[in-house]
Design a protein around this ligand. Structure first.
Ligand SMILES: Nc1ncnc2c1ncn2[C@@H]1O[C@H](COP(=O)(O)OP(=O)(O)OP(=O)(O)O)[C@@H](O)[C@H]1O
Ligand SMILES: [Mg+2]
Length: 355
């Protein structure tokens, strides 16, 4: 098994910095996802790991060996491209067999290995078809099979499920995860889809404009984001943002959000300059609660998402997004009371760094 280390990698295209001083370690056997908006540099990182692109600065290590100058074909890495890059003039069988043909494997060996991988991915029936006759989902499976056929040391996948319908995406996602678990191949998976990144990953890196924002386990990225960009980027509802003032109390601080009249104790030790903080609250930090409620407001919007409801509630002229269970449904204009789970409030300084 291989680990991958990127050390101070920078890359510029036509004078425009695309990756800025990226240092990153991907562990042996890990399923690592890189998440980020379009143009943030995700594909460029993969291409640098694969050896298809040379960094302007910095080094790439596989198992502590510097491979920065090692050509792509000597890296034993296999990559699924964003475009899939299947060979249109070859059959499904020959597409999958291609990496084995390049390695001059014997005919019997090729047949057996292609059948095995085709069976795992349930595409035995289409081995004789032409690429142009396949559906999107079948093409993705063929690309997966081709990438997996000679056990690479590192598996790189660039948005391999883009464009598929949700149910199918989910199914293939599960298969990719199962294959990765059973082979233990170190995998780097790029996506701009948060659900995908979170559901697949042992750890997630978030990239924004060529700068690495954080690397952590999915749950921690969600609950303890390192900065405000990360906090806003993850999550499926808009983040509620307030400004607050802090004053030291005992070994923590008292935080006041005057806008909505909430005061709570927080365990911060480092007081921000000027005593001002940004308080971010995900929609689930609030719940509708008639008995322990700190706030009252009026429902101005409602979106029912199966077992959850997302309300927009006007509290003292401030709109707050609230996600709550669907046992009681409140109508528009209803007066409701909200409780705040203060443990779920996230504090940042004015530069957006977590306190
Ligand atoms: N060969 C190239 N020549 C010039 N500019 C490039 C080249 N490759 C990438 N870029 C630019 O570098 C930036 C990052 O590109 P990259 O493909 O790594 O982004 P990405 O995060 O993969 O985006 P997407 O989600 O759209 O695939 C973009 O602005 C892109 O236009
Ligand atoms: Mg890309």
């Amino acid at each position: 098994m291989m680990d991958v280390r990127l050390e101070n990698i920078s890359k510029t295209f036509g004078g425009k910095p695309v990756l800025k001083n990226i240092t990153l370690e991907i562990r042996k056997g890990e399923f690592f996802t890189i998440l980020g908006p379009s143009g943030s540099g995700k594909t460029t990182i993969l291409r640098i790991i694969a050896g298809l692109e040379k960094p302007d600065q910095g080094k790439v290590y596989f198992n502590n060996i510097n491979v920065t100058d090692t050509p792509a074909h000597d890296r034993e890495v296999s990559m699924i491209f964003q475009s899939l890059a299947l060979y249109p003039h070859l059959t499904v069988f020959e597409n999958i067999a291609f990496p084995l043909r390049v390695r001059k494997r014997g005919e019997e060996d090729v047949k057996k290995t292609v059948r095995e991988i085709a069976s795992t991915l349930r595409i035995e029936d289409i081995l004789n078809r032409n690429i142009s006759s396949l559906s999107g989902g079948e093409k993705q499976r063929v690309a997966l099979a081709r990438a997996l056929i000679y056990q690479p040391k590192i598996f790189l996948m660039d948005e391999p499920l883009t464009g598929l319908e949700p149910a199918f995406r989910q199914e293939l996602r599960r298969e990719i995860r199962t294959i990765q678990r059973s082979t233990g191949i170190t995998t780097v998976y790029v996506t701009h889809d948060q659900v995908e990144a979170f559901s697949l990953a042992d750890r997630v890196a978030l990239l924004h404009e060529g700068v690495l924002q954080c690397v952590d386990e999915p749950q921690r990225v969600y609950e303890k984001p390192e900065n405000l960009f990360v906090a806003k980027f993850v999550g499926d509802t808009p983040l509620n943002m307030f400004t607050g003032t802090v004053e030291p109390v005992g070994n923590g601080a008292l935080v006041k959000i005057e806008d909505i009249g909430v005061v709570f104790r927080a365990n911060i030790t480092k007081m921000p300059a000027g005593g001002k903080v940004l308080v971010a609250a995900r929609a689930e930090a609030f719940r509708v609660d008639e008995n322990h409620a700190a706030l009252s407001g009026v429902v101005v919007g409602r979106e029912v998402l199966g077992d959850r409801i997302v309300y927009t509630v006007d509290v003292k002229g401030r709109e707050i997004v609230v996600k709550t269970g669907a046992d009681t449904i409140h109508n528009k204009s209803a007066q409701i009371r909200l409780a705040v789970d203060v443990d779920k409030l996230m504090l940042f300084d004015e530069e957006g760094r977590r306190l």
